[in-house]
Ligand binder design. Structure first.
Ligand SMILES: [Fe+2]
Length: 153
């Protein structure tokens, strides 16, 4: 296998499972807003959310496959994702600015959770997962900046 202790594998898997569920929820929420947005800036925001949905979708596959690389089985049902996620669904939002703020808050929450998570992996030898999580952190920081830049001051 990949020469990690059971304890390191379990620790990484638990973190990746939560991240997978959160990324799945955030992808669906972003896709929801891509479909349902009504705004004078429809084309721009429809495309912005569409691109962000696609990026999250790619990340979902990478997170799930990282769990498989550790030799564990990946969760892959809505039931499990809803149990694992730390985000909440927001299906009742109709105003474009509130959609942007909601997505921004979720990305910022994931940034904070990823930073806490990385500290918890300080003594782990699973550098592959640590590096992967740092990459996800950077992606959420970039998306948060883009969303934030669409909000008026
Ligand atoms: Fe679309």
């Amino acid at each position: 296998m990949i020469n990690l202790t059971d304890s390191d594998i379990k620790k990484s898997t638990k973190i990746l499972e939560t991240l997978l569920a959160n990324t799945y929820l955030l992808a669906l929420k972003t896709q929801n807003y891509h479909w349902n947005i009504v705004s004078p800036n429809f084309t721009m925001l429809h495309e912005l959310f569409g691109n962000q949905y696609e990026a999250l979708s790619d990340a979902i596959d990478e997170i799930a496959e990282r769990i498989r690389m550790l030799g564990e089985r990946t969760p892959a049902t809505f039931y499990k994702f809803l149990k694992l996620t730390t985000l909440t669904e927001n299906d009742d939002i109709k105003i474009a600015e509130a959609m942007i703020t909601t997505l921004l808050n979720d990305h910022e929450q994931l940034i904070l959770e990823l930073r806490t998570t990385l500290k918890a992996l300080d003594d782990s030898d699973d550098e592959g997962t640590i590096d992967f999580l740092i990459g996800r952190l950077r992606e959420h920081e970039k998306t948060a900046w883009m969303l934030r830049s669409h909000l008026s001051l």
